[in-house]
Design a protein around this ligand. Structure first.
Ligand SMILES: [Zn+2]
Length: 495
């Protein structure tokens, strides 16, 4: 891949989503990386993937920055300073059996495995649960090696910083243990998906010695080693914040934390530019080249990787006699049924709106989402639970026909594009397209069901029959939903 920065890619950045161990927002990190000339940047927050979407949206869709030194030329041309996209390399640092180790997703399967490991780390180990301890103090997320080994597909592993297990063995002169450990890791990951991590923060001779020994081990074992800086912030102010966070984590004042050696000894845990890293590792360039190789293998991330898997509607479709019909057709059929319940014989304008929305929903691959919502609403109504879709979803005629919302958007001339829009997708660059997808996802997330407490029941005004109330036996008591005025009243009363 030719567009990787030819000097170095930082694979191990942390954002403030490394709680109490990162002192920069994901957005600011993206901006800073762009200014430093990074083409790619790896994010490995500690047992957390929360910063990835924020980073990716900002990094891949850079805006024209008014503070950019070339701002006056922004109207005329594409600005390489502030509009250059930085592609995210997504990963996480995990505590594996007590030692930090980093993993990057090489593909979508790897991302799913990473997400599973983060979940496992946060859920904790039942056998370690001790009410006396956990009741007072929250534990730290961690996983066991066996869990990592079963989720290794699609992941690239890095062996961790100086406090990592491999570095600890090497520092203690336990070469045999180090080699055994490497063999265990090598067996678990795909060929070429393991790099020995080497860092230089200029903390003294012992660090330089450790780096040399790790490189020697890599060479003797025939494994690649990669230079990383493992940054937590981008400048001196960030370092101060990081020191404060560290002191807070140990429940100490900064002075005491410094006395006890808990703070980083210098400000070198900042994001260095590719040029600075090249200078730092002059004469040992293979660690820089390895960062480029890993970046190339882990560069395919899109926000689509983060789409939550939707439930399988196979059963529901079988029940409705549509077992061999895909989600788009099922959505169309249920919408058309609902349409007749709502409007009787639809007018050309109503038809046109429905067709327009269905096409867009299909293009954006959102039918499953509408089916989930309709199913949730149907279930709630069958149990006599009042509920109502809200937000900009009220602009969708399909949502109205499925009974998700109560406002007729055709009658009121509401704009569906406020809810979902494909216009940007067609007209803008790929980066902007992803930005839009993130927005669309956020918007659709707003289409959630609001539960109305039972005491508000029986207060339907202008009732409208729920369109696709289950038609099976025993469903005579069709669920009904309040009309457009009634919905607001009900919500107001329920509060
Ligand atoms: Zn600019």
């Amino acid at each position: 891949m030719s567009d990787v920065n030819p000097q170095y890619i930082e694979l191990r950045s942390h954002t403030c989503f490394s709680f109490s161990d990162g002192a920069i927002s994901a957005e600011a990190l993206a901006k800073h990386a762009r200014q430093l000339g990074y083409t790619h940047l790896g994010i490995t927050d500690t047992a957390d993937l929360g910063g990835l979407a924020k980073f990716a949206v900002e990094a891949m869709s850079p805006l024209k920055d008014p503070t950019c030194p070339d701002a006056e030329r922004h109207d005329a041309e594409y600005c390489k300073t502030c509009q250059y996209p930085v592609r995210p390399i997504v990963g996480a640092e995990l505590n594996v059996d007590g030692y930090p180790m980093a993993f990057l997703a090489r593909n979508e399967e790897g991302y799913c495995n990473l997400a599973a490991l983060v979940t496992l780390a946060r859920v904790g180990q039942w056998e370690e649960w001790d009410k006396k301890i956990q009741g007072k103090r929250r534990g730290r997320p961690k996983v066991r090696w066996e869990q990592v080994a079963t989720h290794a597909n699609g992941l690239h592993a890095m062996t961790g910083p100086a406090s990592g297990e491999l570095a600890s063995f090497v520092r203690g002169g336990r070469t045999t243990d180090a080699v055994q450990l490497l063999n265990r890791w090598r067996d678990a990951f795909e060929p070429g998906a393991l790099s020995i991590e080497v860092q230089l923060h200029y903390t003294g001779g012992h660090e330089a010695a450790l780096a040399s020994e790790l490189i020697e081990l890599a060479n003797s074992e025939g494994l690649p080693w990669v230079a990383t800086q493992d940054p937590r912030y981008v400048d001196e102010r960030g370092r101060l914040v990081h020191d404060m966070l560290t002191a807070l984590r140990y429940d100490l004042t900064i002075d005491v934390a410094a006395e006890r050696g808990l703070l980083h000894p210098n400000g070198e845990w900042r994001l260095l530019s590719p040029r600075e890293m090249a200078a730092r590792w002059r004469g040992r360039e293979e660690g820089l080249r390895e960062s480029l190789r890993v970046a190339e293998r882990c560069t395919g991330f899109t926000l689509d990787w983060m789409r939550p898997p939707l439930p399988d509607f196979h059963k529901a479709k079988v029940g409705a006699g549509m077992s061999d019909v895909d989600d788009n057709h099922a959505l169309r059929r249920w919408t058309e049924e609902g349409m007749r319940e709502r409007w009787g014989e639809p007018t050309p304008r109503q038809w046109q709106q429905i067709e327009h929305e269905l096409e867009l929903i299909a293009n954006l691959k959102f039918p499953g989402f509408f089916l989930v919502m309709a199913d949730a609403i149907r279930f709630a109504r069958s149990k006599g639970i009042l509920c109502q879709g809200r937000g900009s979803a009220a602009n969708s005629a399909v949502a109205f026909c499925l009974g998700i919302t109560a406002v007729d958007p055709v009658k009121h001339g509401l704009l569906f594009e406020r809810f979902l829009s494909a216009r940007r997708r067609k007209s803008r660059a790929a980066g902007h397209r992803r930005r839009f997808r993130a927005r669309a996802a956020r918007r659709s997330a707003r289409l959630h069901v609001r539960h109305v407490p039972p005491r508000a029941r029986g207060d339907h005004r202008g009732d409208t029959v729920f369109p696709r109330a289950d038609r099976g036996p025993g469903r005579d008591a069709r669920a009904r939903l309040p009309g457009r005025d009634g919905a607001r009243d009900l919500e107001a009363r329920a509060r």
